[in-house]
Design a protein around this ligand. Structure first.
Ligand SMILES: C[S@@+](CC[C@H](N)C(=O)[O-])C[C@H]1O[C@@H](n2cnc3c(N)ncnc32)[C@H](O)[C@@H]1O
Length: 212
């Protein structure tokens, strides 16, 4: 007897659905908003997002059912690839201090991905939110104790002074589940000597840390 191997042809409708999900142009912020984040090419948007998605899977043990919080979510650049990973069983919460970014995400991201929620925190930052009402040190993350499997911050503590970072660490520890993980990025300033010519990578005027 000869067994016939049945070849499963992809269903056209689900293929089209997959393309629609991959494309989703409404999730791409307008260039004007991207520029406020220092992003001027789509390559930079996608490179950063994919790099972080890999870091979160590797160091953060991110899974399809993870409950995730992003501190300082910006324009949802990293949420963008996570929507493939978290699907419906996992969830993503993100907060940021820039109202226009959160408005964009609430209007464009959440409607098509309701398990992705965004919150605006009106916190003072001389660069990002100069008229903010609250200090970072007064801000209680708007989530109950032990809510998340993974909390991450990509290029956010690089914008915070030490006392604010210390307070955020306490909030992270409160909101993280037991055995939860966090993934944060920092600058390593081993080669940076205040008052001396800055090493490559820190030459831009915005990378002047001499006041610290
Ligand atoms: C370089 S952007 C990174 C944005 C996003 N994490 C990403 O990877 O695309 C830094 C973000 O940190 C946010 N930020 C600055 N201070 C903050 C604070 N105290 N709490 C939460 N977010 C803050 C800024 O508004 C900005 O969106």
């Amino acid at each position: 007897m000869m067994l016939e191997k049945s070849v499963q042809m992809p269903n056209l409708e689900s293929t089209l659905e997959a393309y629609k999900i991959a494309y989703e142009p409404e999730l791409m912020p307008p260039l004007k908003l991207m520029l406020t984040e220092g992003i001027d090419t789509l390559e930079e948007w996608f490179r950063w997002a994919e790099e972080w998605s890999m870091l979160l899977r590797f160091y953060g043990k991110l899974n399809a059912d993870s409950l995730v919080l992003e501190v300082g979510c910006g324009l949802g650049r990293i949420a963008f690839p996570l929507r493939y990973l978290l699907r419906d069983i996992g969830s993503y919460d993100g907060f940021d201090i820039c109202k226009n970014k959160i408005d964009f995400l609430q209007q464009n991201f959440t409607p098509s991905h309701p398990n992705f929620r965004f919150f605006w925190a009106d916190i003072l930052n001389t660069y990002y939110n100069p008229n903010g009402r609250f200090k970072s040190t007064e801000f209680r993350f708007p989530y109950p104790e032990s809510s998340f499997d993974l909390i991450y911050a990509a290029s956010v503590f690089t914008h915070l002074l030490p006392e604010n970072t210390q307070h955020y660490f306490k909030e992270v520890s409160r909101a993280l589940k037991k055995k939860g993980r966090c993934v944060f990025s920092f600058f390593l300033l081993d080669n940076y000597v205040p008052g001396h010519p800055r090493p490559l990578g820190f030459k831009k005027p915005s990378f002047n840390f001499d006041h610290t």
